[in-house]
Design a protein around this ligand. Structure first.
Ligand SMILES: [Zn+2]
Length: 154
């Protein structure tokens, strides 16, 4: 099953789940922030989301998105400038921050009944993509996810 077909089936399956604390700022698709392929960017205290991506999400997936980005808010709260610098230059740091933020997705997809292998493959594929500026290989993403979520993914 491809990543996109998994996402589509999830969108069709679930329509109820709430998100908090607030809605993100929706920016047009033409904004330069989306050039890397990212669909959401968080710079404490603001969460930005790509307009067409947000419009296509079910309420449940909006909650998953917000959980991911709220994790980034927590990571950045004490010193957003230092976070941004380390995130930009240190691939290991970037991977650890994203693996932590993907906890919402891991829990959500496993909870929907997707196999651990499908969830692991889906998230590792994203982490190893150019969206995250080639911060790791697929194998490194798998290893980092398994280390962070041993009960869920091993
Ligand atoms: Zn993230």
């Amino acid at each position: 099953m491809s990543f996109l077909s998994v996402v589509k089936s999830v969108v069709n399956k679930v329509t109820t789940l709430t998100y908090s604390p607030s809605n993100p700022i929706i920016l047009p698709d033409s904004n330069i922030m989306w050039e890397s392929g990212a669909v959401g960017i968080t710079t404490y205290p603001i969460i930005y989301v790509k307009s067409s991506y947000w419009a296509g999400l079910s309420t449940a997936l909006k909650a998953v998105f917000m959980n991911h980005e709220n994790t980034h808010l927590s990571q950045q709260k004490s010193n957003v400038a230092l976070y941004a610098l380390k995130y930009a230059i240190d691939k290991t740091y970037r991977l650890s921050m994203e693996v932590e933020a993907y906890g919402a997705e891991v829990t959500y997809y496993i909870g929907l009944g997707y196999s651990k292998a499908v969830v692991l493959n889906m998230i590792a594929t994203l982490l190893a993509s150019s969206t995250y500026l080639n911060m790791c290989t697929y194998a490194q993403a798998i290893a980092a996810l398994k280390a962070k979520y041993p009960k869920l993914l091993v």
